[in-house]
Design a protein around this ligand. Structure first.
Ligand code: ATP
Ligand code: MG
Length: 218
């Protein structure tokens, strides 16, 4: 058989993971979820998308979109399969997954790309509260990664069309959350080994997360 000319596989279907989050701050739980999904599902790339104005987190202050983007950028620098995206932080309107996926669809030809939206079990179990959640299965597969405290059996309670789009994925459980990291920083406790060192350096340089946690948006 004649071998294919170089570049011939460019027409192959690309599998792109999308890791959305507030990333306030980004930590090793996010990175492990992305890397495990990439290797288990053979994804070509994982795009990290920090939310602009997190629709569901307006009741508390979050670090600025720019700071959360920079921390995401610093974190993804060392992995050639990870890319940060400004798509949500540059949007004026509140962030909704469905809008982001539609915009991504607009940029990538549908016949060339399959999107995999990567999310922890805690988040996916609340999917019926997301804007136009019924439309998500047409736009992507949903990778539901395990997270301590959230039993995967509960996926069975979700609407059938959503369940069909879900790929459950067991990953090593890391009991790390941004909430815990913010609390530790506020209380002057160590956050070493919970998040990348460069992110910790950035947080300390910019004096992030020092204020009272209960600070709410007026
Ligand atoms: P917060 O405590 O502020 O809610 P978080 O740690 O949950 O922060 P998010 O930015 O809310 O982080 O999460 C983004 C995505 O990453 C969500 O889908 C969430 O379920 C997933 N995720 C976060 N931490 C983990 C973890 N330790 N293991 C698996 N998935 C995680
Ligand atoms: Mg969360």
């Amino acid at each position: 058989m004649t071998s294919l000319p170089s570049g011939a596989n460019r027409t192959e279907l690309r599998k792109i993971g999308i890791m959305g989050g507030t990333f306030d701050p980004i930590h090793f739980g996010h990175l492990l979820a992305a890397e495990e999904s990439r290797s288990a599902l053979g994804l070509d790339e994982v795009i990290f998308i920090p939310s602009g104005d997190p629709a569901h987190k307006r009741q508390r202050r979050v670090a600025s979109p720019e700071d959360r983007y920079i921390m995401t950028l610093l974190t993804t620098l060392g992995n050639r399969n990870f890319t940060p995206s400004r798509i949500e932080i540059d949007r004026k309107e509140p962030s909704h997954t469905v809008d982001t996926l539609r915009e991504m669809r607009h940029w990538y030809a549908p016949e060339k790309v399959l999107f995999y939206f990567i999310t922890g079990l805690d988040a996916v179990l609340g999917i019926t509260t997301w804007k136009e959640y019924e439309a998500l299965p047409e736009l992507c597969r949903i990778v539901a990664v395990s997270r301590p405290g959230y039993p995967s059996q509960e996926l069975g309670n979700l609407p059938e069309n959503i369940q069909k789009a879900i790929i459950p994925l067991s990953i090593p459980l890391l009991s790390i959350s941004s909430t815990e990291i913010r609390q530790r920083l506020h209380n002057g406790r160590s956050v070493k080994y919970l998040l990348p060192e460069t992110v910790e350096q950035y947080i300390r340089k910019k004096k992030l997360y020092r204020k009272k946690l209960e600070d709410t948006i007026p």
